[in-house]
Design a protein around this ligand. Structure first.
Ligand SMILES: [Zn+2]
Length: 332
């Protein structure tokens, strides 16, 4: 943890100032082991292996911790860097472009192993704070500690240890895996200054009836309960089907004839998947099977999220005809 992060921290319990109480190991500008304390309620928070931890995992509901840990394993296992990653990220953030990040204080709700954190830095963010509940924060810290403006925190999105100091907050593929996606979104938005901006990408309800009817029972009843190494192996079977279909059917037909392709089942998404290699597809299939909690949210429902935070200039985009990207300005 860099000491400059203190300017952005606030006690998640009482909003008091967070002070550095003790450091027992530092490496250059990083505090590796130490203790933070709240000036008001005197709560203490540890800094361990470079990451300040505000999440008391034993007090957090079991399903949240389970979700975090299942994803944490995945983020540490799938470490490949896909060249398409930047393009994919911009697809989720649309209409945001890289230059939008310039000189902004940015918050990422659910940073995983810090891939987006790195991009936010690359695109010129003034400060970037990534929070995550899972142990993936350790990978995220390792990936970003050399950057003077990147900060990683282990925290619960429902109880953020932050001041309302952010120009922009975003959350990609995380809110729908929390027990209450709308409340998680509101919590994130509460840290953005007036006239700041927020982006969110979530699973859509539209077009995903087959997932909620056929894949979800398998996920909730079986695949999210087995060990991650077992699921890693087992998920190669459906990945094999998706890989062959996307490479041998969807990509060629989409290249040959758009009108015919448009009649194929789940065409936009499977054609999009066909642009990825095996590792990335395996990661995506695994991702769909590992989470104990997943919500599929309709456009109508998503619109109410933005209304309730009083956002203006809201732009909601249908992504690959199976998910929603939202972007808006915080007006309150
Ligand atoms: Zn406090």
């Amino acid at each position: 943890m860099k000491e400059t992060l203190l300017n952005l921290l606030a006690c998640p319990d009482c909003r008091g100032e967070i002070r550095l109480a003790q450091t027992s190991d530092t490496q250059e500008t990083e505090i590796i082991e130490g203790l933070l304390s709240c000036a008001k309620c005197e709560n203490e928070y540890k800094i361990e292996r470079g990451v300040p931890c505000f999440a008391e995992l034993e007090k957090i509901e079991e399903d949240k911790v389970e979700t975090a840990e299942n994803f944490g394993w995945q983020w540490n296992k799938f470490t490949q860097e896909d060249k398409k990653y930047e393009e994919q990220y911009l697809g989720w953030l649309q209409p945001v472009r890289p230059e939008f990040f310039s000189d902004k204080i940015v918050l990422e709700g659910g940073c995983g192993k810090g891939r987006h954190t790195l991009l936010a830095h690359k695109w010129g963010a003034k400060e970037i704070v990534g929070i995550d509940l899972s142990s993936a924060v350790e990978s995220a810290f390792e990936a970003t500690k050399h950057l003077p403006n990147a900060h990683i925190i282990q925290a619960d999105i429902f109880s953020l240890p932050l001041k309302r100091e952010f120009d922009y907050a975003f959350s990609i593929g995380v809110l729908h895996h929390t027990p209450d996606p709308k409340r998680a979104f509101q919590s994130l938005a509460s840290k953005v200054k007036k006239d700041g901006h927020i982006s969110a990408w979530i699973y859509g309800k539209e077009n995903n009836g087959w997932i909620t009817s056929f894949v979800d029972p398998v996920r909730t009843g079986f695949t999210s309960k087995i060990s991650q190494p077992a699921l890693y192996q087992l998920s190669k079977i459906p990945t094999f089907g998706v890989f062959l279909a996307s490479k041998l059917i969807y990509r060629p037909i989409n290249k040959a004839s758009k009108p015919i392709a448009s009649k194929l089942f789940y065409n936009n998404y499977l054609n999009h998947l066909g642009t990825f290699g095996w590792r990335e597809q395996h990661n995506i299939v695994f991702d769909h099977l590992v989470a104990p909690t997943a919500f599929y949210i309709s456009k109508e429902e998503f619109e109410t999220w933005w209304e309730e935070i009083g956002a203006s200039d809201v732009k909601i985009t249908w992504h690959n005809q199976n998910s929603w990207c939202g972007f808006g300005k915080t007006s309150k």
